[in-house]
Design a protein around this ligand. Structure first.
Ligand SMILES: NC(=O)c1ccc[n+]([C@@H]2O[C@H](COP(=O)([O-])OP(=O)(O)OC[C@H]3O[C@@H](n4cnc5c(N)ncnc54)[C@H](OP(=O)(O)O)[C@@H]3O)[C@@H](O)[C@H]2O)c1
Ligand SMILES: [Zn+2]
Ligand SMILES: [Zn+2]
Length: 344
């Protein structure tokens, strides 16, 4: 075992405290990575609020520097900058893994935190820590030109919106609406705009209207204004729903054009759907999460080529509880990223 330090859930308080953490000794196909920057995702809040049986260290979108490689690693060497998302292993053998959709592995992918290592059965501890050890296959080289701090959120928030945008064929001529302008939402806007789509934002926060336009959205529709929502009816080929709380899908399905799709990415859990909201216009309801290795690599290349990265507020990691608290209050423009160097 090797020891590092990180931010661990403090009992049931919903806050994190600095704690020593164990990392495994390197296996032949492992990398040790010094975590430089890690984004704060709303899923971290859900995890903190949920039931816990094992120690929780959040953090699943990070960039860092390779410090050591296992004896069988050929893709990376010490000093390389890498990017890692919310999956760090999968069975490698099922139809999903063979299709490059490790995120949907039938044996369930190993999550970056709150998961169980496939080989030694230990609980995975996330990247709100100074060092991370993972299978090299699940690390991506960070393309030159991407700022490592602003790129960190691409690895969860970015790829989660990228896969549905791509698989739903979003491009020039597509009409896209993004519901919820937070971490996922602002990257969905930037990516949809960069893909050439005519993009709008649906938000309950009027104070975000100027930002929406600056990010490239043509229109800002306040979800709290029934008249504006009615005007936008049947207008979008794709609605990307990133809202973090349970909500009625009806108002968002009504925005979808005939044969279009509502991609429900934000809140995970049961939803109630009025089938008439699907029937009228033959609309589709879909969901997605995270990304497979090929899509993640393609997304990183696209972002480097198009200059897409997150709008971030960079904080020393010691301010992690403040970041979580502000994220809970929807007080973030548009992603907190923790600088882990204060853990040395
Ligand atoms: N499917 C996946 O694999 C995956 C991956 C990552 C995250 N997630 C989930 O995606 C959700 C968003 O994550 P995030 O990190 O982007 O969160 P975030 O930064 O907090 O953004 C969520 C946005 O949702 C809107 N919102 C929040 N509560 C709302 C409510 N009660 N009614 C209407 N709108 C509301 C707000 O936008 P406005 O102020 O513009 O209204 C807020 O900015 C979370 O639930 C997270 O767990 C899923
Ligand atoms: Zn996440
Ligand atoms: Zn699999």
């Amino acid at each position: 075992m090797r020891t590092t330090v990180g931010w661990q859930a403090d009992g049931t308080a919903g806050t994190l405290r600095r704690a020593p953490l164990d990392r495994r000794d390197l296996r032949p196909d492992d990398l040790a990575v010094r975590v430089d920057y890690c984004g704060v995702c709303h899923t971290d809040l859900h995890a903190l609020d949920g039931d816990r049986t094992s120690p929780l260290v959040p953090g699943h979108e990070f960039t860092g520097t390779v410090t050591e490689t296992g004896t069988a690693v050929t893709r990376f060497s010490a000093g390389d900058t890498v990017a890692v998302g919310n999956i760090i292993d999968s069975c490698g053998d099922c139809t999903m893994c063979r299709a490059g959709q490790e995120n949907f592995c039938r044996a369930f992918p190993t999550l970056t935190y709150g998961g169980t290592d496939r080989r030694d059965g230990t609980a995975t501890l996330g990247a709100f820590s100074r060092e991370f050890v993972l299978r090299d296959r699940f690390a991506h080289p960070l393309p030159a030109g991407l700022d490592p701090a602003a790129a960190a959120p691409l690895l969860c928030a970015g790829v989660t919106v990228w896969e549905p945008l791509r698989t739903l064929g979003v491009g020039p001529g597509s009409r896209v609406a993004v519901a919820g302008l937070g971490g996922l939402g602002h990257l969905a806007v930037k990516l949809a705009v960069a893909l050439g789509a005519d993009t709008s934002v649906i938000s309950r926060s009027p104070g975000k209207a100027d930002d929406a336009r600056r990010l490239g959205a043509r229109e800002f529709v306040p979800s709290t204004d029934p008249a504006r929502m009615a005007e936008a009816r049947d207008r979008f080929d794709v609605v990307i729903d990133t809202i973090s709380s349970p909500h009625d899908l009806g108002p968002y399905l009504r925005l979808v054009a005939m044969d279009g799709t509502l991609s429900h990415l934000g809140h995970l859990g049961p939803v109630t759907v009025e089938t008439m909201d699907l029937l009228v216009g033959r609309k589709r309801l879909s969901a997605a999460g995270s990304g497979g290795l090929p899509a993640t690599a393609a997304m990183l290349d696209f972002c480097a080529a198009e200059g897409v990265a997150a709008e971030i507020e960079l904080l020393p990691s010691a301010r992690v509880n403040e970041a979580l608290d502000r994220l809970r209050r929807n007080d973030v423009r548009y992603r907190f990223v923790l600088d882990m160097s204060d853990l040395d």
